[in-house]
Design a protein around this ligand. Structure first.
Ligand code: ATP
Length: 248
């Protein structure tokens, strides 16, 4: 059984049909990359999994640990252990690093108690100390306002906030966007370490070359359809797919 599976998922913004019969799976413990050009449907796929609306998912099923989560509320999906770090790295700019981390926990615990359906598995996120062990840079900057951090540091903080919640499946939407190559390397290291602790990762990237380096398996989406499904090694060897859909 796959940790996550999508079967023939169709998603719409109003009447615009965006995802067309998207079928994919993410196995426990792996780094899975979803790649594709600007506008291909990557963010829409992540939002469909996380229960964020829009888009409307009409047709098909999203299953997590063999439970159908297609029509669940985002809070209920989150309490099951799925976290999405959106492209815009939502951190609270006027709060300190420490306060941002604390708030992630409070918000999560609250949604745990008000959720309509009680999660079957109780998830415990990382402690602040665990987070600082993982991201030394955040420890150094704990009293600094998040808005004054560099792009790379804000990305680390956004990921750390997700890890404080409870994450079995960490979904990262373009974590390298807008970062200098040196900083990308730091974020890559962080993702690799998180993966080594057993957290499953679904990574969405336009920077295909960087994502392929980290990934075990890859999907390529184009115009809302999955056009490639294989190992990272297979994609590396498939010049036609890379040139045609990824431009690398
Ligand atoms: P990007 O790198 O630009 O985020 P993406 O692969 O994540 O690319 P999506 O954001 O999933 O692409 O967008 C897929 C399609 O859906 C695009 O044609 C986009 O214009 C459209 N779209 C995205 N969000 C909305 C929305 N809220 N309302 C209407 N159409 C949307």
């Amino acid at each position: 059984m796959s940790l996550l599976s999508l079967e023939d998922v169709n998603a719409y913004y109003g009447e615009s049909h965006i995802l067309r019969d998207v079928t994919m799976r993410v196995e426990e413990g792996e780094v899975c990359a979803l790649l594709g050009r600007n506008g291909a449907g990557k963010t829409t796929t992540l939002r469909s999994i996380a229960g964020a609306r829009p888009p409307d998912v009409r047709g098909g099923a999203v299953r997590f640990r063999d439970e159908d989560i297609t029509t669940m509320e985002p809070e209920d999906i989150s309490t099951r252990g799925i976290s999405l770090v959106p492209e815009e790295r939502r951190v609270f700019p006027n709060l300190s690093v420490e306060e941002n981390l604390h708030l992630a926990e409070v918000v999560h615990n609250k949604s745990n108690t008000v959720g309509r359906s009680i999660p079957q598995v109780e998830h415990v996120g990382m402690t602040t100390e665990d987070v600082y062990d993982e991201f030394e840079r955040l420890r150094e900057r704990q009293t600094q306002k998040a808005g004054t951090l560099s792009g790379g540091e804000q990305q680390m903080l956004a990921i750390a906030r997700a890890l404080k919640q409870n994450t079995d499946l960490l979904m990262l939407d373009e974590p390298y966007e807008g970062l200098a190559p040196q900083i990308i390397a730091n974020v890559e290291d962080a993702i690799r370490r998180i993966s080594e602790t057993g957290t499953t990762i679904l990574l969405v990237e336009q920077n295909a070359a960087a994502a392929i380096k980290l990934a075990d398996r890859c999907y390529v989406v184009d115009q809302g359809k999955i056009v490639f499904d294989g190992t990272a090694a297979e994609l590396r060897g498939d010049d036609e797919t890379r040139e045609r859909y990824l431009g690398v």
